[in-house]
Ligand binder design. Sequence first.
Ligand code: IPE
Ligand code: IPE
Ligand code: MG
Length: 251
Amino acid sequence: MHSVQLSPDLLPKHIAIIMDGNGRWAKAQGKSRVFGHRKGVSAVRKTITMSAKLGIKALTLFAFSSENWQRPVEEVGVLMELFISVLSTEIKKLHKNNIRLCIVGDISRFSKSLQSKILHAENLTRNNDGLVVNIAANYGGRWDITQAVKNITEKVENGSMKSEDISEELIQSHLTMADLPEVDLMIRTSGECRISNFMLWQMAYAEMYFTPIFWPDFNEDCLVEAIDWYLNRERRFGCTSEQITTTTVSQ
Ligand code: IPE
Ligand code: IPE
Ligand code: MG
């Protein structure tokens, strides 16, 4: 395992991962796509364990997008089954490790039994103050912004808020994951260089790391490598390089 010591202050507070390439990974070995999804679970475990060990505050994993319903029914079925079984088998361990588990996305489309498992898992881990793990399921960045807009509109309609009150901060506070820092580092596996409707608002200033590795092969070293890369980025947030260097030096 990688042995670098990373200073907690410099680490990304919030890492978001598009776990992509399960299907291609499986196909490359002559297996069915769902074999790849099953294999992907161990990469999820490794990533969560390593993130907790490093002291990362929040980890958001893209498990199922709003658009993934368009996949073959059998594949969607297996993904749902996998979700239910993993949630049941892993939740105790997550809780024991002080991890807070949240499912972000429109869960109303899931089966009643999956919805109740989700609520149980979230309730159980609600007061844990270690790593926050968000599983983005039936999630889309556009859905997130849309539900925030609906929510705000209702408040304006019922008079509890005025349209002049609408600001970036207010919209932000109505998005999912509003209590967490914005994404510092976004990782996408499998060589695709796109966002695929992930956290559009929250990734406005994220550093984006793309690796050709397929998700089932992702491990602790891959995560540390991505973080190493992140640590060498100069995050300017619209300023000049000179401004950033001066601020850093005078701190
Ligand atoms: C990511 O792997 C998992 C999900 C989207 C559920 P894919 O299933 O997209 O794998 P590829 O991209 O087809 O290889
Ligand atoms: C994005 O991967 C969604 C998840 C990883 C859950 P996709 O494989 O669905 O994205 P596209 O379709 O290649 O953009
Ligand atoms: Mg894919």
